[in-house]
Design a protein around this ligand. Structure first.
Ligand code: ADP
Ligand code: MG
Length: 321
């Protein structure tokens, strides 16, 4: 069982940033409105995620660390209409198998404390706490030295974590996020529900001021979001964020559609800052492509490309006139 979890961990837990992502998605799925992320040494020493979500009932605490023990899929129908972020029931057991995990959780009525090392439960007791969950992951990969080799410099790992938190914060403007590394606050969003305010929390108020609203819809898609004015650019595509049905995704072709919406207004080798949120029937998007669930397959991709290009061109045209 532990070996199987470590193997699964190879897919789910590549680096500290993947742990942050999985923990945050669980906190979001638990209905949290406030999520604090406290890390030390870029997550290699410690990653703690504290939320105010629904908590885990005492009877379910051990189950949460068993493979495929997801509470989120009840039948086949659910699998095709995935709305929650996590659904494989793989993350917690995988993370626990390659680190030391402390869980403190409370439903408001009952609470639990659990400590696991290398996936083995070392301590389990009742615990009182206000409603919510805190999961602390320490000494990641302490028992899988081969995996430690893939960890890059502290700076790179921190940048990866920042990226994950930024994107989740922008896909959930209704949730307040904060990220602290070695005592330094790196990000804070207010959770007001306003996307522009979330963008300001991530990229700064001055950048947010130079972003304009984009919207558009057709039969299948509804698009909203913000893109930067053509003079506000970056040297990489990394500042383009796509959110489909509330889930942050990666899609090279849609990124290209965003850039092409600018026509000839961008300098060569420069890319806009963009945060686009697209609503569609969940049946049109297949999220079950990869365990980390970022790559998606879309039906009607051509229609969506056209909608993105024209909506951006229109927003920029109106702004420039
Ligand atoms: P999945 O998210 O795919 O269901 P995970 O391994 O990530 O699987 O989590 C296992 C289960 O633990 C979840 O289904 C959920 O019931 C519970 N859980 C994990 N984190 C939290 C949290 N922060 N708040 C409430 N429940 C949680
Ligand atoms: Mg999960």
């Amino acid at each position: 069982q532990i070996l199987a979890n470590q193997i699964a961990a190879g897919e789910v837990v590549e680096r500290p940033a993947s742990v942050v992502k999985e923990l945050l998605e669980n906190s979001i799925d638990a209905g949290s409105t406030k999520i604090d992320i406290i890390i030390e040494e870029s997550g290699l020493k410690k990653i703690q995620v504290i939320d105010n979500g629904e908590g885990i009932a005492s009877d379910d605490v051990l189950n949460a660390f068993k493979r495929h023990a997801t509470s989120k899929i009840h039948n086949r129908e659910d699998l095709f209409r995935i709305r929650s972020l996590g659904f494989r029931g793989e993350a917690l057991p995988s993370i626990a198998s390659v680190s030391e995990v402390t869980l403190e959780t409370s439903t408001g009525e009952e609470g639990s404390y659990l400590f696991l090392s290398g996936g083995v439960v070392k301590e389990h007791k009742a615990h009182s706490l206000r409603k919510g969950t805190s999961i602390t992951v320490e000494n990641i990969f302490f028992n899988t030295p081969a995996r430690l080799k893939y960890v890059k410099t502290l700076q790179t790992e921190l940048a990866n974590i920042g990226d994950v938190v930024n994107r989740l914060a922008m896909s959930h403007p209704d949730i307040s996020f904060s990220l602290t590394n070695d005592g330094h606050r790196m990000l804070r969003t207010l959770g007001s529900g306003d996307l522009k305010q979330a963008i300001a929390g991530v990229y700064g108020v001055n950048t947010a001021k130079k972003m304009i609203e984009v919207s558009g819809d057709d039969l299948d898609f509804k698009l909203t979001g913000y893109v930067s004015l053509p003079e506000v650019t970056r040297a990489s595509r990394n500042y383009i964020s796509l959110i489909i049905n509330g889930r942050y995704i990666k899609n090279f072709i849609l990124n290209k559609a965003i850039v092409s919406g600018y026509g000839s207004k961008l300098m060569v080798g420069r890319f806009p800052i963009a945060v686009l949120s697209i609503q569609m029937d969940p049946l049109l998007v297949d999220v079950n492509v990869h365990p980390t669930k970022q790559e998606v397959r879309l039906s009607k991709e051509k229609e969506l490309i056209t909608l993105i290009e024209t909506s951006i061109a229109k927003a920029l045209g109106e702004e420039i006139l």
